[in-house]
Design a protein around this ligand. Structure first.
Ligand code: PEP
Length: 253
């Protein structure tokens, strides 16, 4: 049985005290209201990781995630943050390949493969983001494009490694736009991704990999998205900044 996961990507929002406040609210709501087996992941900015980690430490169904890591292990890379540093502050998940990082920081599939290797070596779980632009969808090349993202960043892994990966399908045209993919579009892409994984690693392995949907998910549409057979949860941006909305999304399973 694959894990159900709802991860909140806070992006470049919240000061330290605001992050502590939001995390405390989420902890209390999850404690009081969530009785399903969903794994919640909070991904605050780097500077708040340690403090948020301390606040969630008593909640076994809430984990700490980072929003990025550098693709080299250590050294003269001013301003960057390594996998070992993230591990040392208590992160257990790391989002990699978010479309904003691909777009604004020119991250490549090859660099993401390096990040994946470093994360797995440190026993951290990558949340690997993939997804097409509107133009690619309109041209009908969205399946090929997303398949290629997976192939180039993940398919060097062996069977024991691939099972540690969480995939997040995030169509770029749906991120932060208020324009969610329909549940049919999400299901179609998730099923295709699982088939692609099955082609390389076998059906049983592919069945155990969690594939999250991301892109303007909110309390109003999460239930329908999560009801799709191949949608195993969500990577939530804007709606994760409000504890009420985020908790309602978690409760949509
Ligand atoms: C994201 O950035 O990962 C995301 C899904 O954002 P939003 O929910 O705001 O579209």
């Amino acid at each position: 049985m694959r894990k159900k996961i709802v991860a909140g990507n806070w992006k470049m929002n919240k000061t330290l005290s605001e992050a502590q406040q939001l995390a405390s609210e989420v902890v209390n709501m999850v404690k009081d209201e969530v009785n399903s087996d969903v794994q919640v992941v909070l991904c605050p900015p780097f500077i708040s990781l340690y403090a948020v980690g301390k606040l969630i430490e008593s909640q076994s169904n809430i984990s700490l995630g980072a929003q990025n890591c550098y693709h080299k292990a250590s050294g003269a890379f001013t301003g960057e943050v390594s996998v070992d540093m993230l591990k040392s502050v208590g992160a257990s998940y790391v989002i990699i390949g978010h479309s904003e990082r691909r777009q604004y920081f020119n991250e490549t599939n090859a660099q993401l493969a390096e990040k994946v290797n470093l994360l797995l070596a440190a026993q951290l779980q990558p949340i690997f983001c993939c997804g097409e632009s509107l133009e690619q969808r309109e041209k009908g090349i969205h399946f090929d494009f997303v398949r290629q993202q997976l192939t180039e960043s993940l398919f060097h892994l062996d069977t024991s490694q691939i099972q540690k990966i969480v995939i997040a399908y995030e169509p770029i045209w749906a991120i932060g736009t208020g324009k969610t993919a329909t549940s049919a579009q999400a299901q179609e892409m998730h099923a295709m991704l699982r088939k692609h994984l099955a082609g390389k690693y076998g059906e049983q392995m592919a069945d155990n990999i969690s594939i999250l949907y991301g892109g303007s998910a909110n309390p109003g549409n999460a239930r329908e998205l999560f009801a799709c057979p191949d949608v195993d949860g969500g990577l939530i941006g804007g709606a994760s900044l409000k504890s009420r909305d985020f908790t309602d999304i978690i409760k949509s399973f």
